[in-house]
Design a protein around this ligand. Structure first.
Ligand SMILES: O=C(O)C(=O)C[C@]1(C(=O)O)C=C[C@@H](O)C=C1
Length: 420
């Protein structure tokens, strides 16, 4: 009898059923039901490893027969599909083990996802890169979680922005994106409960901090629950696809800055205009033949534009870091970072007194940034990123000590260090 997943479509149920039919190895099927699944899973993994070894031998043949190779791939695809369906069933069991929870957000465990992905990286011997494998497993987890109900993620829209790419990278394509008009609105919608999480840009490797994001933390109650690092490739997009037609270039100020040298060399006399987002720039450029936009390549597909040139970013390692903001805190993942906001009293050595307990415990500081504090002239808030989780020593002890000195130490969040 097929296990029924309540509230799911017939198609979803069919996939779940596939894992409990004769196609799935009997031991795994039993494990999904038995009280001691570990033994059955171990046996099943050993069997799979043996057949994988013989397949690797087969794959080394100098000139294999095409039909035979395809037959191998078909067999592997059948197994992968069956295993994914089976995994979905187990993930559903995890949901039940967590108890009667109300919404998708109650099932989401960023620390567990980070651990799963780190193991994927540790196990990887190629030929696929870590990044590719992480992306595939991220999608599998995203789909497993969406069995309950998809997460709703607010981001700086419209569709086609790098923020949307960051949402997909971190939450997978089964999460539902909610494009919003500003970073402020992302914070507001999450705080109001209209989105489960928000994804906001915080710094770029070449251009530095996005001040408006940091400033939101001065007043927002939200917590940082994750970080995403995205390699940003910029493209010049236009209606005609011809460089010689371009007389105006629109983009977000950060993107214009990331392509400064390229613009100077290739479009020296062209008017540049900063707008609220790259996707907004594409929308504007779509209105006339003499305009172009700098944006991600996927914006060309979303808005039906042609690629004139790209990638055109000045630095080949151009990377933007995004933060995931939410309403809750999560437990340690084993490799975490903590963001602190510290307002210091106007007294000699105040900053030193905050940093010293961290340094004494050899806690690495990844970043420190000051911003004018709200409400008090010439007073500053320090944004400090350190390694570790607030619930674990040595950071826990350092913070207890700092609290005695600092007027206000506010933990913005502890979260897993970004997986590639
Ligand atoms: O392990 C869990 O807590 C799960 O819910 C399972 C799972 C997964 O698919 O591996 C799914 C969603 C969570 O965000 C973390 C992991």
């Amino acid at each position: 009898m097929a296990k029924r997943i309540p509230g799911k479509s017939a198609k979803t149920r069919k996939v779940a059923r596939a894992s409990t039919t004769a196609k799935a190895p009997a031991k795994r099927r039993a494990a999904a039901k038995s009280a001691s699944p570990q033994k059955a899973v171990a046996a099943s993994v050993a069997g799979a490893a043996a057949s994988a070894r013989s397949r690797v031998e087969f794959a080394k043949q100098a000139r294999p027969d095409l039909a035979a190779v395809r037959a191998q791939i078909d067999g592997i695809d059948r197994e992968i599909q069956s295993l994914i369906a089976e995994r979905a069933l187990w993930a559903h069991q995890v949901g039940k083990a967590k108890g009667q929870l109300a919404a998708a957000i109650d099932y989401y465990r960023p620390e567990r996802e980070a651990q799963v992905l780190r193991r994927v990286v540790d196990r990887n011997d190629g030929p696929l890169s870590d990044e590719v494998l992480v992306r595939l497993f991220r999608e599998i987890m995203s789909a497993c979680l969406a069995q309950q109900e998809p997460l709703k993620i607010g981001y700086l829209g419209p569709e086609g922005t790098f923020s949307q790419q960051a949402v997909h990278k971190h939450f997978g394509h089964s999460a539902r994106g909610l494009p919003l008009v500003s970073i402020e609105e992302v914070f507001d919608e999450v705080a109001a409960g209209n989105a489960d999480f928000g994804v906001v840009p915080v710094e770029n490797s070449g251009q530095g901090t996005i001040q408006s994001t940091l400033d939101m933390f001065l007043t927002s109650p939200l917590k940082i629950c994750g970080e995403v690092e995205l390699r940003v490739h910029q493209y010049l997009l236009s209606r005609t696809g011809h460089l010689e037609d371009v007389e105006r270039v629109y983009s977000h100020g950060m993107s214009l800055a990331q392509c400064k040298n390229w613009l100077r060399q290739n479009l020296p006399d062209v008017h540049r205009e900063a707008v609220s987002s790259n996707a907004e720039a594409v929308r504007r450029a779509k209105k006339s033949d003499d305009a172009a936009a700098i944006a991600g390549e996927n914006a060309a597909h979303v808005y039906g534009m042609k690629v004139v040139a790209g990638p055109i970013e000045d630095r080949t390692d151009n990377t933007t870091r995004f933060l995931v903001v939410g309403r809750a805190s999560f437990p340690p993942s084993g490799n975490d970072r903590t963001s602190l906001m510290v307002s210091i009293r106007d007294q000699p050595g105040a900053l030193y007194k905050i940093l010293e307990p961290l340094a004494r415990r050899a806690i690495s500081m990844n970043r420190i940034e000051s911003r004018p504090a709200h409400g008090a002239l010439w007073q500053y808030a320090f944004f400090i990123d350190v390694e570790g989780h607030v619930d674990e020593s040595p950071l826990k002890d350092a913070l207890a000590e700092i609290d005695d000195f600092a007027g206000d130490v506010h933990v913005l969040g502890s979260y897993p260090v970004a997986v590639p």
